[in-house]
Ligand binder design. Structure first.
Ligand code: GDP
Length: 317
C-alpha cells in the first residue's frame, strides 16, 4: 500500500533542526506543499495552540521531527527538559493530528530507546527487554512513549501513524556547541580549531572504546520520506547505515579529513554511555532503501558545511 505525497499538505515539525530541515530539503522533489511553523509562531508544548494550528492548517501528512535533543552531557544535565518537553511535543502533535484528520504521520524516535545491553545489531523487538542507558534515559523514556502513542492511536482509532528510529545522525545544520552536541560535530569542531590554532593535541571524551553507528542526515531524510510513502505497519522501523565504528577510530578518521596530525588524548572523567548501539536495519533494507553516503564521504560533507557556516553555525545555544 503506498501513500502519495503529491499535492498533499505536509507538515514538517522541527523544520529548523538538523533532521526537520533535511526532511524539508528531501520533500522539495515530491511536489507537495510543505507546511512549517517557527517556534515563535507555535510552541509545540502548548496543547491548545497545537490543536488550533492543526484545525486551521489541516495538514494531510505530518513528519514529527520536533524534539528537544542533545548529546550525552546535555541529556545528563537537563533531565527535566528532555523528558517534559519531548513528552509534551509528542502528545500534543500526535493527538492534534488524529483530531484534525491527518491521513499519515511519521514519528521520529531514536536508537537510545533500546536497552543498554541490547544484542548487537539491535532488532526492533529488543524494545523494553532491559534497562536503559542512564545517561539518556530521560530522552529515551519520552521517545518510547511517543512510539507507543502512535501504536495506541493506530490500534484504537485505525489511523496510519508509523514510527522510525534513526541511529546517531550528523550533517548540515548540526549543533556544534561543545557542551550540548553529539560526538561528530564536537570532534569536527575540536579538531578543526586545534589545527587552526596549531595545538598539538585534542581531547576525546570517555575511553574511546564505545562503538556508534552513524548516518548522514540526508540519508535519514530520504529513508523517512521513503517510509512515509511505502510503509504502513504498527511495528517501528530502525533507520541506520548498518555499520558501526569505535569512537577512537572515528576520531582518527576526522583528524585525517581535517588534516590534523597532533595527539589524541582521552578524558575518562567524561561518560562513555552505552558500549554500543548498532541497529539491525533488515526491516528497512527489505523495503529496498539504501544509504547514499558512507561515513568518509558523509563526514567530508559535514565538514564542508561546518567550514562554510562556521560564523553562523550553532556553536553555542
Ligand atoms: P550518545 O550516542 O547518546 O552516547 O551520544 P554522543 O554522540 O554525545 O556520544 C557518543 C560517544 O562519543 C560517547 O561515548 C561519548 O563519550 C563519545 N565522545 C567522545 N568525545 C566526545 C565529545 O567531544 N562530545 C560528545 N558529545 N561525545 C564524545
Amino acid at each position: 500500500m503506498s501513500f502519495e505525497l503529491r499535492n498533499k499538505r505536509v507538515f514538517v515539525s522541527g523544520h529548523r533542526g538538523m533532521v526537520g530541515s533535511a526532511i524539508a530539503r528531501q520533500l522539495a522533489s515530491e511536489d507537495c506543499e510543505i507546511l512549517t511553523a517557527s517556534r515563535s509562531e507555535l510552541d509545540l508544548r502548548e496543547q491548545s495552540d497545537v490543536r488550533t494550528w492543526f484545525e486551521r492548517e489541516k495538514p494531510d501528512a505530518v513528519f514529527l521531527a520536533a524534539a528537544k535533543v542533545g548529546g550525552i552531557l546535555a541529556n545528563d544535565t537537563y533531565p527535566a527538559e528532555f523528558l517534559y518537553d519531548n513528552l509534551a511535543i509528542e502528545t500534543n502533535v500526535i493527538d492534534a493530528a488524529f483530531r484534525s484528520g491527518v491521513q499519515k504521520l511519521l514519528y521520529l524516535g531514536s536508537s537510545c530507546i533500546y536497552p543498554k545491553f541490547a544484542p548487537q545489531p539491535i532488532p526492533e523487538n529488543a524494545l523494553l527487554t532491559g534497562s536503559l542507558e542512564p545517561t539518556n534515559e530521560w530522552y529515551a523514556i519520552a521517545k518510547i512513549a511517543g512510539l507507543k502513542l502512535c501504536e495506541a492511536y493506530r490500534r484504537q482509532y485505525g489511523v496510519d501513524f508509523i514510527s522510525a528510529m534513526p541511529t546517531n545522525l550528523y550533517g548540515p545544520g548540526d549543533n556544534y556547541d561543545l557542551e550540548k552536541s553529539h560526538v561528530i560535530p564536537a570532534l569536527l569542531r575540536k579538531v578543526h580549531e586545534a589545527k587552526k590554532s596549531g595545538a598539538d593535541r585534542i581531547v576525546v571524551w570517555g575511553t574511546g572504546s564505545p562503538r556508534r553507528e552513524f548516518l548522514h542526515v540526508d540519508d535519514a531524510a530520504s529513508a523517512v520520506v521513503h517510509l512515509m510513502k511505502t510503509y504502513s505497519e504498527a511495528e517501528h522501523v530502525n533507520v541506520g547505515s548498518g555499520e558501526d565504528i569505535p569512537i577512537i577510530d572515528l576520531t582518527h578518521l576526522i583528524c585525517e579529513i581535517v588534516g590534523f596530525e597532533g595527539r589524541i588524548e582521552t578524558d575518562t572523567t567524561k561518560p562513555d554511555g552505552t558500549p554500543g548501539k548498532l541497529l539491525d536495519v533488515s526491516r528497512l533494507s527489505a523495503t529496498g532503501w539504501r544509504p547514499r553516503y558512507d561515513l568518509r564521504s558523509g563526514l567530508r560533507d559535514a565538514y564542508d558545511w561546518f567550514k562554510a557556516n562556521e560564523a553562523t553555525a550553532r556553536l553555542s545555544t
